[in-house]
Every structure is written in structure tokens, then in C-alpha cells.
Design a protein around this ligand. Structure first.
Ligand code: NDP
Length: 476
């Protein structure tokens, strides 16, 4: 039979309008810092730009600017007026969507198809949705007819969805009348800085949004700053714990969105072809750099071999390589450090006795790459079944009864998300009540919407983002 060949379909990088250097954004204007960091394209290891690193003094300046803006302009401004700015930001994100998508793909390594179809549209949707709330806050929380903003929020975000995470943090905070100091991740600061530029373009009053690039020390300086009223953090459980310790006893509010080790549970009555698509989307979307990734596949024993066979066949068709090619399914690992972690945990998986499999694929010579990987014969005690790999690595386990599925799914220190695949509605309802996870998807996976709260239990953190619940975190 004739094979379909894909012609190359590269997106143009010109539209990213990449600059040689990017400054930090404080009090409405961009400025240089003492030190700089280099942002690298993980698919090629090419240095994309030099970016200012914010130090302690910059954190002080940004928090002071946010406080002034909160007290003098943004806090007192009627919600209907604030809404206009949020709508404007949402529309400019749409207007500059292609530029943002290309820049995100260059800086992060994710396929252009994902940044174009997921990250950027969701970032715009987050601003549109929250713009609608800005003048209706008295209806946001039942029993609290006159909610007040919390004040100045420090927000720290990771590298897996740089623009989208910035939007998830900024939009509810601004809608509720707070001002913000945001720290993007060291390896992916560029789209957050273009978002700062979009705030300028939208005439957002100076100091309402401040963006401070830098590495861990910048984040730590921000988290401990006494001028903040609230800290919101998304990232690893270890850093989340450290921030919680820093804030203990200060009276400052905190929300944490941390790691996960989600169970994706496939029953024998599930439509298996659809389930396989859901498994692939659950763990290989965004190279598995997803806190809610379905990294533990729990398959009913009677269909295990069939599911694994279908999955392997499907993985053989995934296209890995240049993230700027519109046909690419799997892009680059975000950094050399993350690649080392994925490799280490996968090697441990093999050493502990699980069976490792990857489809035949050629990895590019330069850049940070890891093939889609499936482990079978996995025991619950294996590190690949317990630790968050945060890469394209799936651990497959089996169960016989629904009760066993629940017990295994909940046997994790995390509790962010889960998936259930079955034809029976009653089983879906039963499972969703048993699973200790903030989000449970039924016959789908990795679906996000600004109206829907997202967040975890246990070591996955606390507080919700999205929907009315997400607004609560920014209202007093
Ligand atoms: P981190 O938790 O270190 O990074 C998240 C953010 O916190 C980044 O902006 C980071 O800055 C910043 N940060 C780092 N140290 C501190 C600190 N002491 N105080 C305040 N802020 C700080 O995640 P990593 O990037 O190191 O990833 C490590 C692991 O964490 C991954 O392998 C994955 O398992 C998990 N992870 C989970 C995420 C999730 O969404 N739940 C997201 C990212 C990672 P910078 O990056 O500049 O150092």
C-alpha cells in the first residue's frame, strides 16, 4: 500500500519579532538589570536572546510600584472600567496570536501546533472570561456580597506553559482588583515579556502588572517580600513547600499548584480506540511537561494486551522533530536539566525491572530530545509509578476490579487530576466520587476551560485556578 509522505510545513520564525535583548517590566516601562540570562531554543540549543535578571532591588521597586498602583488606581477603579482593560488585553493577544505562538515554540520547544491551537487561544480566553467577572464580583462568592481585592500579589510560574500560566495568574488577579508582580521561569521568559508589552499597548496603568525575569533566587526574593498580600505559585512540590515555610505565620495568603502523577483508568468496556487517543493526549501532549499529565495508565487486565498493542501502533505514527513544523506532534524537552531528570528516572525504571519500549525514531542531533516511552510490567513501588517524571514517559499498570482501580489510582502523594474511560455513566459518577483528584476527566483528557476550576489535593497543592473558585483566591 502506498504510504502518505508529509511535506515539510515550517512556520516562519520572522513573525516572532525576536529581539537580541529583553528588559524587565516595572512600573509601566522596560529596563535593563545588572545581570542577564540567555534564553535558549531547546530544539536547537541556539541562544535566542539575552534577558535582564531581576535582583532584590528590582523586586523592591516592582512591589512598591504594584502597591502604588493598587492604592491609587486599580483598587479604587470601578469593575466595569477594569473589565475594559482585560477585554483589550484579550483582543490584542488574539491579534498577536501568531507572533506569540511562534515565540512560545522557539523559547519552549513545544510544537507550533500546540502553542497555536492551545496555549495562545486559552490565554486569550482566560482574559475574556475574567473580564466578564470584573463588574460582577458581588455574585462571585455566595454569601459575600461585597468582596474586596486582596492587594498586591506575587506570582511565580513554571516553564511548561509560559504564556498560558501567565494568563491564568494575571487575569483573575486583575479582574478582582489586585495588582501583580510576576516571575516567569528562567528558561522561558519571552512570552511573559511580550504579554507585558501587550499590557502597555492596552494602556494598562503603570504598576498594575510588573514582570521580573530571573531564576530561583528572583522567585525566592519575590516570595519572601513583606510588601505582598498574596503569593500564587505553580511549579514543583519541593519549591512549593519552601514557599509555604517562608510564608507560615506572616498572614500572607498562598495558593500552590504543584506536581501530579495522574491515573488514567481504562475499563474493559471503554471504546479502546478513543481511549488510546486519550492516553496519547494525556501523556505525550506538551512532551509530558504537564502537571496533570496522565502518566500512570491503569488498564483493566482483560484488555491490557490489546490496549498496549494499539498504543504502540499509534505511537509509531507520532511525528517527532522540528517544533516549528506544523506536522510535528512531539517537540523538544525544555532544558538539559529536565532531559537529565527524564533520562535518570527512565533508567531507574529499567533498573527496577519494568519493561521499556519506544517506537523507532530518529532524534535530531542538536537540542534536547527524548523519545515517547512506555513502561509495562510496572509495579506500584517503582519510581516511574510514583515520581513525577514530567516528560514523555508512561507507566502502565493493571487492575481487575473497580475497587482495585480506585485503590491504585489514589495510591500516590499527589491528587491533581485523573481520567476514567468506560461506557457506563454510573461507573463514571462512582469513580469520580472515589478518586482523590481535583480534576477528573471522563472519556477525555487534558481539557481546559477558564470557567472550570483547576487545582489539587495533598502534595499537588491547594487553591483553585479558573471559574468562580479561582476568583476566590484573589478576593477578601
Ligand atoms: P521549579 O518549581 O523549580 O520552578 C517553578 C518556578 O519557581 C520557576 O519560575 C522557578 O524559577 C521558580 N523557583 C525556583 N526556585 C524557587 C525558590 N526557591 N523560590 C521561589 N521560586 C523559585 O520547577 P523546575 O523548573 O525546577 O522543575 C523541576 C520539577 O518540578 C519538574 O521536573 C517537574 O517534576 C516539576 N514541575 C511541575 C510543574 C507543575 O506545573 N506542577 C511545573 C514545572 C515543574 P526558575 O525556573 O527560573 O529557576
Amino acid at each position: 500500500m502506498a504510504q502518505w509522505e508529509y511535506a515539510p510545513a515550517p512556520e516562519s520564525r520572522e513573525i516572532a519579532r525576536l529581539r537580541e535583548s529583553y528588559g524587565m517590566f516595572v512600573d509601566g516601562s522596560f529596563g535593563a538589570g545588572g545581570e542577564t540570562l540567555k534564553s535558549v531554543n531547546p530544539a536547537t540549543e541556539e541562544v535566542l536572546a539575552e534577558v535582564a535578571v531581576a535582583g532584590e532591588a528590582d523586586v523592591d521597586r516592582a512591589v512598591a510600584a504594584a502597591r502604588r498602583a493598587y492604592e491609587q488606581v486599580w483598587g479604587p477603579m470601578p469593575g466595569a472600567e477594569r473589565a475594559k482593560y482585560l477585554f483589550r488585553i484579550a483582543r490584542i493577544i488574539q491579534e498577536r496570536a501568531r507572533e506569540l505562538a511562534v515565540l512560545e515554540t522557539l523559547d519552549n520547544g513545544k510544537p507550533i501546533r500546540e502553542s497555536r491551537d492551545v496555549d495562545v487561544p486559552l490565554a486569550a480566553a482566560w482574559f475574556f472570561y475574567h473580564a466578564g467577572w470584573a463588574d460582577k464580583l458581588e455574585y462571585a462568592i455566595p454569601g459575600r456580597p461585597d468582596p474586596r481585592p486582596v492587594g498586591v500579589a506575587g506570582q511565580i510560574i513554571p516553564w511548561n506553559f509560559p504564556l498560558m500560566m501567565a494568563a491564568w495568574k494575571l487575569a483573575p488577579a486583575l479582574a478582582a482588583g489586585n495588582t501583580v508582580v510576576l516571575k516567569p521561569a528562567e528558561t522561558t521568559p519571552l512570552t511573559a515579556l511580550v504579554l507585558a508589552e501587550i499590557c502597555q499597548q492596552a494602556d494598562l496603568p503603570p504598576g498594575v502588572v510588573n514582570v521580573l525575569p530571573g531564576a530561583g533566587p528572583t522567585g525566592a526574593a519575590l516570595a519572601r517580600h513583606p510588601g505582598l498580600d498574596k503569593v500564587a505559585f505553580t511549579g514543583s512540590t519541593d519549591v512549593g513547600r519552601e514557599i509555604q515555610r517562608t510564608l507560615a505565620g506572616t498572614g500572607r495568603r498562598l495558593t500552590l499548584e504543584l506536581g501530579g502523577k495522574a491515573a488514567n483508568v481504562v475499563f474493559d468496556d471503554a471504546p479502546l480506540d478513543q481511549a488510546v487517543e486519550g492516553i496519547v493526549n494525556g501523556i505525550f501532549f506538551n512532551q509530558g511537561h504537564v502537571c496533570c499529565a496522565g502518566s500512570r495508565l491503569l488498564v483493566q487486565e482483560s484488555v491490557h494486551d490489546e490496549v498496549v498493542e494499539k498504543l504502540q501502533r499509534r505511537l509509531g505514527t507520532l511525528r517527532m522533530g522540528d517544533p516549528m513544523d506544523k506536522n510535528t506532534d512531539l517537540g523538544a524537552i525544555n532544558s538539559a536539566e529536565q532531559l537529565a531528570r527524564v533520562r535518570e528516572l527512565s533508567d531507574i525504571g529499567e533498573a527496577e525491572g519494568a519493561h521499556r519500549w519506544s517506537p523507532a525514531c530518529t532524534l535530531p542531533d542538536r537540542g534536547f530530545w527524548f523519545p515517547p516511552t512506555v513502561f509495562t510490567d510496572v509495579a506500584q513501588s517503582h519510581r516511574i509509578a510514583r515520581d513525577e517524571v514530567f516528560g514523555p514517559v508512561l507507566a502502565v499498570l493493571t487492575f481487575r476490579t473497580p475497587a482495585e482501580a480506585v485503590e491504585k489510582a489514589n495510591n500516590t502523594p499527589y491528587g491533581l487530576s485523573a481520567g476514567v474511560w468506560t461506557e457506563k455513566g454510573s461507573r463514571i459518577f462512582w469513580m469520580t466520587q472515589q478518586l482523590r483528584a481535583g480534576v477528573v476527566w471522563a472519556n477525555t483528557f487534558n481539557k481546559f476551560d477558564p470557567t472550570s476550576p483547576f487545582g489539587g489535593f495533598k502534595e499537588s497543592g491547594f487553591g483553585r485556578e479558573g471559574g468562580r473558585h479561582g476568583l476566590e483566591a484573589y478576593l477578601d
